[in-house]
Design a protein around this ligand. Structure first.
Ligand code: G1P
Length: 292
C-alpha cells in the first residue's frame, strides 16, 4: 500500500517573482486556497496518509497553513464563527499527518527526494511536484489509478501527458514502444531529462507524479549531477529502468503549471468555474466581460 508522499517545496520559485519574493509560490492562492492544498487533496483522495514536505527555511508558511492555529481558533469561537472554524480545522482529515525535512542545499529534484530517505524507510512512495495541479473528474483520480497499477505489478509508475514537440526541452520525456492510452500504463524503454528539441524519444512528458520503490533512494545516492548541473530524479529512474520494469502512465485529467504565470491564470479560471459555491457567478462574470 502506498501511504507516503514526498512533496518537494524547497525551490525558491523564481518563475513566479515578484509574488514569490516573500511568500512561498506553493501558497499563492488559486480561487480561495493555496495551490499546495489542491495537490495535498489529490494525494489524500489516492489514499496517502503521510505527507513529507522537503522544505526550506523560507517556506514556514506552508507548515503553518496545515498546522492548528490556537489563537485564530479561539477568536473564531469567541465570535461564534463556527463555519469558518470548521473550515480551518478540517483542511486535513484526522488520519493524515504532515512532516517536514529540510533540503539544506538546492542540488536538484533527485537530491530533494533523497532528503526524505530516513522517513521513507522500506516503503514504496509517491512523489508529487506541487507546481503542477492535476484536475480530475470526480472518481477518476489519476494518482489512484497509478497506485492500483503499482499494487498489481510492483512496477514504478511515471505519469505522462503529450506536449507539443517544441516544448519537449522543458520536461522529462519517456521512451515507449507503444504509446499508452489515457488511463493505462506501458513499460518504458528509457527516460531523459529535458532533451533538445528534435532529439526527444517521444512527446510524452513527465507531469510530476511518480510512484517509486524504496530502493530508488540507493540509486539516488549514486546519481551524478545531470541536466542543469543538478541531481535529477529522471536520471535515477533511467537507472532503475535498466534493472526492472518502469511504466509510463498516461493521465486522463488536465494539468495546470502553476509555476508559470499563464498556467496559474488558467488554473484560476478552471478551478474558479468548478468551484461549488462560486462557479456559477464566476461564469457569469466571464460572460459579462464580453470577450470577442
Ligand atoms: C521537473 C522534472 C521533469 C518534469 C517536470 C514537470 O522539472 O525534473 O522531469 O517533467 O518537473 O513539471 P522542473 O520543472 O523542476 O525543471
Amino acid at each position: 500500500m502506498i501511504k507516503k508522499a514526498i512533496l518537494p517545496v524547497a525551490g525558491l520559485g523564481t518563475r513566479f517573482l515578484p509574488a514569490s519574493k516573500s511568500i512561498p509560490k506553493e501558497m499563492v492562492t488559486v480561487v480561495d486556497r493555496p495551490a499546495i492544498e489542491y495537490v495535498i487533496k489529490e494525494a489524500i483522495v489516492a489514499g496517502i496518509e503521510q505527507i513529507i514536505l522537503v522544505t526550506h527555511s523560507s517556506k514556514a508558511a506552508i507548515e503553518n497553513y496545515f498546522d492548528r492555529n490556537f489563537e485564530l481558533e479561539t477568536t473564531l469561537v469567541q465570535k461564534k464563527k463556527f463555519d469558518l472554524l470548521k473550515e480551518i480545522t478540517e483542511i486535513l482529515p484526522k488520519n493524515v499527518s504532515i512532516i517536514s525535512v529540510r533540503q539544506p542545499q538546492p542540488l536538484g529534484l533527485g537530491h530533494a527526494v533523497l532528503c526524505a530517505k530516513a522517513v521513507i524507510g522500506d516503503d514504496a512512495f509517491a512523489v508529487l511536484l506541487p507546481d503542477v495541479l492535476v484536475q480530475n473528474k470526480a472518481a477518476e483520480n489519476d494518482l489512484s489509478l497509478m497506485i492500483d497499477r503499482f499494487n498489481h505489478n510492483q512496477a514504478a509508475q511515471i505519469m505522462v501527458e503529450a506536449v507539443p514537440e517544441h516544448l519537449v526541452d522543458q520536461y522529462g520525456i519517456v521512451d515507449v514502444q507503444v504509446s499508452p492510452v489515457e488511463g493505462e500504463s506501458m513499460v518504458m524503454q528509457g527516460i531523459v531529462e529535458k532533451p533538445a528539441v528534435g532529439t526527444a524519444p517521444s512527446n510524452l512528458s513527465v507531469v510530476g507524479r511518480y510512484i517509486l520503490p524504496a530502493h530508488i533512494m540507493q540509486i539516488l545516492e549514486q546519481t551524478p549531477k545531470g541536466a542543469g548541473n543538478e541531481i535529477q530524479l529522471t536520471d535515477a529512474i533511467a537507472m532503475l529502468q535498466k534493472t526492472e520494469a518502469v511504466e509510463a502512465y498516461r493521465m486522463k485529467g488536465q494539468t495546470f503549471d502553476c509555476g508559470s504565470k499563464l498556467g496559474y491564470l488558467k488554473a484560476v479560471l478552471h478551478y474558479g468555474l468548478a468551484h461549488p459555491q462560486l462557479g456559477a457567478q464566476f461564469k457569469q462574470l466571464i460572460k459579462d466581460l464580453n470577450l470577442d
